[in-house]
Design a protein around this ligand. Structure first.
Ligand code: MHO
Length: 211
């Protein structure tokens, strides 16, 4: 994983969490993605017992490569925020900010998006309180649909936690969902701030993997 000096985290509810994890996972500047539950009060939420929580994606990113404002534009451009609570709170549009700076950025970008959309945005916005990881089978969900590929990645991700925290896995999860291109990913990895040896391992993996 790239050794970024500063890492910022975005916390988003935007419908079923599988899709946004893949979309943000393929975005340059995004370091890690994970899915889980936030925004509610019930203790120990799980997929089957979510209580009043919302399906949430968390995005760790390097703000020197992509700004929170740019991430927010992707958030609103990739879901319709005014669908209401047709399934309780599971799929509501939700934002949790982690600093005054994030809060200000949200106000600014929301205005901009409301102009584009031509209506008021109903995204639920509040200060970050909690986030609970979803069950492992939901992490990098689209990549999990490629068991043969995962088998070939076994040397890189011998444990589930390694897959969850990996920038490489986040990109591949986006790739199998149709986001990003392997050629561009190779160019990007060449610029990652990691050991040359590790770079070789990842680039070699991209060359040899059979999808
Ligand atoms: N099972 C639902 C959504 C899953 S998402 C994790 C579907 O595929 O429509 O809520």
């Amino acid at each position: 994983n790239p050794q970024a000096v500063t890492v910022e985290t975005a916390t988003f509810g935007m419908g079923c969490f599988w899709g946004p994890e893949a979309m943000f996972g393929s975005t340059q500047g995004v370091l890690r993605t994970r899915v889980g539950f936030a925004g509610g009060t019930s203790p120990k939420p799980t997929y089957r017992h979510m209580g009043d929580h919302t399906e949430t994606v968390e995005i760790d990113f390097d703000p020197t490569i992509i700004s929170y404002e740019e991430i927010l534009r992707k958030f609103w451009q990739n879901h319709y925020p005014n669908r209401g609570n047709y399934k309780g709170r599971q799929y509501i549009s939700m934002l949790r900010y982690r600093s005054g700076q994030q809060k200000e950025a949200i106000k600014k970008v929301r205005k901009e998006m409301e102009r584009n959309l031509g209506e008021a945005i109903e995204t639920e916005i509040a200060e970050y309180e909690n986030f609970t990881m979803a069950d492992e089978r939901h992490q990098k969900y689209y990549l999990k649909r490629y068991p043969n590929t995962l088998q070939q990645l076994q040397d890189l991700f011998p444990k589930p936690e390694l897959l969850i925290d990996s920038t490489f896995a986040a990109r591949l999860n986006g790739f199998v969902k149709g986001y990003g291109k392997l050629r561009l990913l190779k160019n990007e990895i060449a610029l990652w701030n990691i050991d040359e040896e590790d770079k070789e391992v990842l680039l070699n993996k991209l060359e040899t993997i059979k999808w």
